[in-house]
Design a protein around this ligand. Structure first.
Ligand code: GTP
Length: 252
């Protein structure tokens, strides 16, 4: 689809989005590693929003391959643990790129650390050009520095490429007042502000990521990718999961 068509696509509320996919989401029922069927299913959903004309950038975490926190607890130095995590995100991105290409989608992995025998380096202007050409761009290796999460990488890349919405796909279908897996009284917010998340210490993303998105006015939608059409509904602006907004509450 050409850029002009993207602008005129009637059913799209957001023309360029950044999807943050947790690494754990890719492990399927196996509890570790990459489950090819799960990746293929997610690729199908991502392909559907790209087909609808939405320009899609993706950041994938690494928790399915390497849990940095557990390793540092076991004595591995934090910088080393984070570097291994960055490499793990590259693996996840390569597998997702492959799944998208098998669906005849065009995809490009761009890494924040140089591994250009394997994928492109991250160059902001080139990433934007890929998006304009309707290619799905997968940002790998976080921001290339230790001590920053892939949520922060997602927020930063969203700002850099001018994404209109950040989507965080998790196992939970939105933001709750407590942990819904522990507390049956926890209720799901339909929408709330970034400041409410900070005030109430709701564990949606780390503070760096929250502040980045808030200060740059990028809304966030938290949803469960396992719900059919969740992604498509989000880019159409439907009430899926929870909307987190910067500033004033959007008109209903
Ligand atoms: P346009 O220039 O817009 O046509 O983009 P393009 O990505 O199709 O063209 P390019 O010639 O830049 O890339 C062709 C193929 O090589 C694509 O699959 C790229 O992802 C890949 N590629 C480009 N740069 C690198 C790199 O530094 N390392 C690796 N491994 N692949 C690269």
């Amino acid at each position: 689809m050409r850029a002009e068509d993207v602008l005129s696509a009637p059913s799209l509320k957001y023309r360029r989005i950044l999807l943050k996919l947790s690494g754990e989401a890719l492990q399927g029922a196996a509890g570790f590693g990459i489950d090819p069927q799960t990746v293929d299913r997610f690729a199908g959903q991502i392909g559907a929003i790209a087909d609808s004309g939405c320009q899609v950038a993706i950041v994938i975490g690494a928790g399915n391959i390497y849990r940095g926190r557990e390793l540092t607890r076991a004595g591995v130095e934090r910088v080393t643990a984070d570097q291994v995590g960055m490499l793990a995100t590259i693996m996840n991105c390569l597998v997702m790129q492959d799944a998208l290409e098998r669906l005849d989608m065009q995809a490009r992995v761009m890494s924040a650390v140089e591994v250009n025998e394997i994928c492109e380096d991250y160059i902001r202007r080139r990433a934007i050009r890929h998006l304009e050409k309707q290619r799905i761009v997968l940002f790998a290796a976080g921001i290339g520095n230790p001590f920053f999460t892939t949520d922060t990488a997602a927020g930063l890349r969203a700002v850099e490429v001018g994404a209109e919405l950040l989507i965080k796909a998790t196992r939970v279908d939105g933001v709750y007042s407590g942990d819904p897996e522990q507390d049956s009284a926890a209720r799901r917010f339909s929408s709330l502000s970034y400041d409410q998340i900070l005030d109430q210490r709701l564990g949606v993303m780390d503070t760096t990521a929250i502040v980045l998105c808030r200060d740059h006015g990028i809304p966030l939608r938290v949803l469960d990718m396992n719900r059919p059409h969740a992604l498509l509904r989000a880019v159409q602006g439907s009430d899926e999961g929870t909307l987190v907004y910067a500033g004033e509450a959007p008109a209903a």
